[in-house]
Design a protein around this ligand. Structure first.
Ligand code: NAP
Length: 270
């Protein structure tokens, strides 16, 4: 954690799915920027503990809360715990997400629902509870110019179709309209809502691809910038988007994808 500017000083950030991958990096960078961080996770106790101990080692502070974002009671319970410890939050990062891939003819209802429930319904539930807190606190100028910020960790697959991943693309496409609608509805209340759409970021979610040399090579052909992203590439952007430096930005998606959405196959023909 090398952030010297404390852009988020005095603020509280909830990061869902912060026991590994992108969420863990976001939690650490938010803490380095001065925020107290609520580390939500689902099953990886050790990962969540690692996030907190790294934050504390760097002089930050946080709170671990285990909750399945797809379950309403667990989400409201998490927010009740936050209210007790920190009173409110200033930033929600809706990062928790899963894939359960299958061809459409073979996809079970359980696979469809698991992905929609975690990625889309989970984001709705966490956003709804965050908005209630933002509305209650209003703008606290000493903390931030806005009453609250929500960042969805979307995907390039909110615009790029992906064969064999209908549940995942539907969840990310749906999340985009959820983000835009909330941004429109909440802008008059000085609540900012945006998405970050990562390309291929090296985490557990795609380990099968990057740990196989042939699949890794095929993947790199889709990235004009010539490398996979690292979780920190997304975390740095999330901190900036949550800060007052981005105060005029709401309702948009920022792609952090090394050019994956530039139709790389057109580099050599077309
Ligand atoms: P990851 O390493 O597999 O981490 C996923 C995180 O989500 C874990 O902390 C996991 O917690 C948590 N999670 C899963 N289900 C949950 C639930 N029901 N309730 C609460 N937390 C839950 O994946 P990642 O690559 O960091 O992905 C993070 C986000 O980025 C996802 O939304 C993903 O769609 C998006 N994204 C990733 C990439 C990429 O290339 N990596 C690209 C585009 C978008 P536990 O492990 O504790 O269960």
């Amino acid at each position: 954690m090398k952030t010297t500017e404390q852009h988020l000083k005095g603020q509280v950030a909830l990061v869902t799915g912060a026991s590994g991958g992108i969420g863990q990096a976001i939690a650490m960078q938010m803490a380095a920027a001065g925020a107290r961080v609520v580390i939500n996770y689902h099953s990886n106790d050790k990962g969540a503990q690692k996030t907190l101990s790294q934050i504390e080692k760097a002089g930050g502070s946080g709170l671990i809360i285990k909750a399945d974002v797809a379950k309403e009671g667990e989400v409201t319970g998490m927010y009740a715990e936050i209210a007790t410890k920190y009173k409110t939050i200033d930033i929600l990062v809706n990062n928790a997400g899963i894939q359960q891939d299958n061809s459409i003819a073979a996809m079970t209802l359980a696979e469809w629902q698991a992905v929609i429930n975690t990625n889309l319904t989970g984001s709705f539930l966490c956003a709804r509870e965050a908005v209630k807190m933002f509305q209650k606190q209003g703008v606290a100028p000493r903390r931030s110019k806005s009453a609250g910020k929500i960042i969805f960790i979307s995907s390039v697959h909110n615009v790029i179709p992906w064969a064999g991943h209908a549940n995942y693309t539907a969840s990310k496409g749906g999340e985009t309209m959820l983000m835009k609608t909330l941004a429109q509805e909440l802008a008059p209340q000085k609540i900012r809502v945006n998405s970050i759409a990562p390309g291929a970021i090296k985490t557990d979610i795609n380990k099968k691809v990057w740990s196989d040399p042939k699949q890794n090579e095929q993947l790199l052909e889709m990235i004009p910038y010539g490398r996979m992203g690292e979780p920190e590439d997304i975390a740095n952007l999330a901190v900036w988007l949550a800060s007052d430096q981005a105060d005029y930005i709401t309702g948009t998606t920022i792609y952090a994808d090394g050019g994956m959405t530039l139709y790389a196959s057109f580099m050599h023909g077309g």
